[in-house]
Ligand binder design. Sequence first.
Ligand code: C2E
Ligand code: CA
Ligand code: CA
Ligand code: CA
Length: 278
Amino acid sequence: ARRSNGGTVCRFEPAIAQATHQRARLVAGMREAIARDELSFAFQPLVDLNTRRIVQVEALIRWTHPTYGPQSPAVFIPLAEESGLIGALGEWGIETTARFAAQLARETGRAIPVAVNVSGAQFATTPVLSQLLAAVDRNGISPSQLLVELTESVLTDEAKLVRQLDEIRNAGFRIAIDDFGTGYSSLSYLHNYSVHELKIDKSFVQKLGSERYSAKIVQLCIDLAGELGCAVVAEGVETEEQVEILRDMGCPLGQGFLFSRPLPQEEFLQLCNAEQVS
Ligand code: C2E
Ligand code: CA
Ligand code: CA
Ligand code: CA
């Protein structure tokens, strides 16, 4: 429908109304999810592409709603950010990841770093550094056992974020830039050598064999990491062909379904005890 002045009139759309209703229900559910113990983490290994040894772990949040079943973090994390729930969710996530890092070190005898995803919105609204310090203190681990993975879905105050990243690094935590090459992930985070790791977005990795442009981007990320002296990880590795190409390009580390899906805690610990992933 068009107005006489040419502007679009908002029409009532049942599908949109339903979506809004669904979002409201999810936000309400999320509010109680932490208290009701419905949230958990799945753990996915990062492996050395040559030896297939596990060198790092990423904690990925999982939520099973009692009525609506499993929810995708790609949906509920943005909702948590919009509704202000990300603060409580993030604090719970940092504490739970630190507890897992302590258990992992105890059970494997190796201090394998565990990565926790922290969004730009979390940095903007919560004291991430104090949460990290409290979590390592409570769980008796070293800051170097935690890796903060910066995921950015919204544009935030970049100067402030860079300062926070510097402080976190100075406190001994490691920092990774997630989904490098996409979204708002910015070159300014590489300033001051604050970053320990670049994670190449899976959209580029998955088109490695089929699209020259993606191969160029991946090579650029690998070379940039080399220049900066930081680690580089290819995300979303699903085929042996991708491993071959990545190794030829000089990428030492990978993560993806080829090595392991994100696993519940107990299964992940078993995988670590097997030492190598196929
Ligand atoms: P991400 O940080 O880029 O995480 C990688 C996503 O790719 C995960 O999806 C993982 O399950 C998936 N993945 C891993 N290997 C493969 C592969 O070989 N192929 C494909 N197609 N996918 C693969 P997931 O668990 O659904 O998480 C989605 C996003 O939600 C994450 O993307 C991250 O941005 C966000 N997220 C997850 N957990 C947290 C959290 O605790 N806090 C915050 N702030 N964000 C989180
Ligand atoms: Ca991540
Ligand atoms: Ca990613
Ligand atoms: Ca992502």
